[in-house]
Design a protein around this ligand. Structure first.
Ligand SMILES: *[C@@H]1O[C@H](CO)[C@@H](O)[C@H](O)[C@H]1NC(C)=O
Ligand SMILES: *[C@@H]1O[C@H](CO)[C@@H](O)[C@H](O)[C@H]1NC(C)=O
Length: 299
């Protein structure tokens, strides 16, 4: 199996990223290499983390940004921001003589669709147009209001998100963007979940049971489950210190930080808390459906 810093890397994921990045730094005869790789798939399946592991393996320090950052009112012009970061990455390649890439996480998260139809937020259109533009002229990326004649280095771009199929259709269609649908299979899930519970002494058999028990949950569910097992001890600690004093006890006190014993990670306990969490998420789902119903414009 493929590992990096003790964490599992999916072979398919590694292969796709490594080839995309490497191709962008090569001259292949008469081959049009897309500049952008779009990794899409369900939320919470560890796309960003798998990316980080691949970069680590390849010794690449990416220039990162997120869709949320592009949506923020402080961000200013998202087109400018993307161009600036792209140029930054190109400069790093030149100065360090090393590969660098531009990573845009959750591209479609902030850029919410107004309606299921064709209306997008202004920023989405700007981001779309900017990416198109960069993909067409990867060595000539200008900041608004200045012009630099010297060509810059080509920088492969990796974007992650839930679904690019409709949002960035023209980008994909014309070979500017390659797509990779990430859906971890059972082996991937087993590998990743083993990493999450690495310190907790579960046997392979128990890990398999756990993964199969919650086979429809995303990878994030398992991290949340692990964290959830500590809640009981945190609750006890709060009771013992007092809610009024908890802030001071943790942030302004000469006492040593509290120590927690390792909770019980047996299968029975994991199953119990896992089911509790599923019930809670079902409540959330119900409320979301109600919200959507209320927001729907009447005809
Ligand atoms: C993206 O930009 C291209 C070119 O500017 C345009 O043809 C296309 O409709 C845009 N798509 C979206 C979803 O904004
Ligand atoms: C810590 O608490 C003491 C006593 O209440 C207070 O005087 C002091 O300003 C606090 N320290 C900080 C860094 O706030």
């Amino acid at each position: 199996m493929n590992f990096c810093m003790g964490f599992y890397i999916s072979p398919r994921f590694l292969d796709k990223l490594a080839i995309h990045i490497t191709k962008n730094f090569m001259q292949l005869p008469e081959v049009n290499v897309p500049l952008i790789l779009g990794i899409h798939g369900r939320k919470g399946e560890g796309k960003s983390f798998q990316c980080e592991l691949v970069f680590e393996r390849m010794g690449i320090e990416p220039v990162c940004m997120s869709g949320g950052e592009l949506e923020s009112p402080d961000a200013g012009d998202p087109a400018r921001l993307i161009r600036m970061r792209y140029r930054e990455a190109a400069e790093l390649i030149r100065v360090r003589g090393k590969m660098c890439i531009l990573l845009i996480n959750d591209l479609d998260a902030g850029a919410g669709r107004v309606d299921a139809g064709t209306q997008y937020t202004v920023n989405t259109q700007l981001v779309n147009a900017t990416l198109m533009n960069i993909a067409d002229n990867p060595t000539n990326v200008q900041l608004p209001g200045s012009y630099d004649m010297t060509p810059i280095h080509r920088v492969p771009i990796i974007v992650t998100g839930n679904d690019f199929s409709t949002l960035y259709a023209p980008l994909v269609r014309d070979g500017r963007m390659d797509k990779f649908y990430w859906e971890p299979d059972r082996d991937d899930r087993l590998g990743i979940v083993s990493g999450i519970f690495a310190a907790d002494g579960l046997s392979n058999w128990e890990l398999e049971q756990l993964v199969d028990m919650f086979s429809d949950r995303s990878i994030d569910f398992f991290s949340a489950l692990r964290s959830r097992l500590y809640d009981e001890q945190v609750r006890q600690f709060i009771n013992q210190v007092g809610l009024e004093r908890i802030s001071m006890r943790l942030l302004n006190s000469t006492e040593a930080p509290p120590e927690f014993r390792r909770p019980n990670f047996d299968l029975q306990t994991l199953k119990h808390f896992g089911h509790l969490m599923m019930e809670e998420s079902q409540h959330l789902q119900k409320m979301r459906l109600v919200d959507e119903y209320m927001l729907k414009p009447s005809h």
